[in-house]
Ligand binder design. Sequence first.
Ligand SMILES: *[C@@H]1O[C@H](CO)[C@@H](O)[C@H](O)[C@H]1NC(C)=O
Ligand SMILES: *[C@@H]1O[C@H](CO)[C@@H](O)[C@H](O)[C@H]1NC(C)=O
Length: 171
Amino acid sequence: MHISALFIINSLLAIGAFASQNLICPGLQTQDNGCIRYTRGFDVTGVITEVDLTFPQVQDECDCIQECLNRPGTCANYVWKFSTSAAVQSGHRTCTLYSNFNLPSDVVLEFDLNSSNNLNINADEITATGNNPQRGALVPQAFKDVNLTTTPDQDAVSGPVWTLANGQVQC
Ligand SMILES: *[C@@H]1O[C@H](CO)[C@@H](O)[C@H](O)[C@H]1NC(C)=O
Ligand SMILES: *[C@@H]1O[C@H](CO)[C@@H](O)[C@H](O)[C@H]1NC(C)=O
């Protein structure tokens, strides 16, 4: 086949693949009327600005993403997973929101939690969870056994919510 024809077909296939990307939580008020990306079975979130939400306020992953959308000034990502043994026993995953992400494995970052320049970082929670310094790691897996160590949870999800300079939100 002529090389430029191949190029055109490849381009069309690429566009087609993008257009048919499955919508996550259709109806959310975002650029795509839903999200088009998240991570299944792993937790990409960080440690800053932790907000902990539980059932029945948050009943599914779409409620969780909506809670992040409700906080455009402080939420950049969310995780819907079993965060504690108690959550596993209750049968309800939790929703946790953050303003920063997991760090790659060779990076460690210590926060000056006493600085008066900090704003909305929820320093008490960072201290309580022992997350200062924030130690980089491979993106942690989510589990659903009571000790959260052995049975992978493929229904856990985590992902970004980006509030863009043009006022749109991508997730
Ligand atoms: C930060 O403040 C806390 C409580 O006021 C104090 O115990 C701690 O030593 C301070 N840490 C630093 C690094 O100044
Ligand atoms: C969970 O951990 C506890 C304490 O280490 C242990 O006794 C128990 O057997 C574990 N349960 C499972 C299902 O692995």
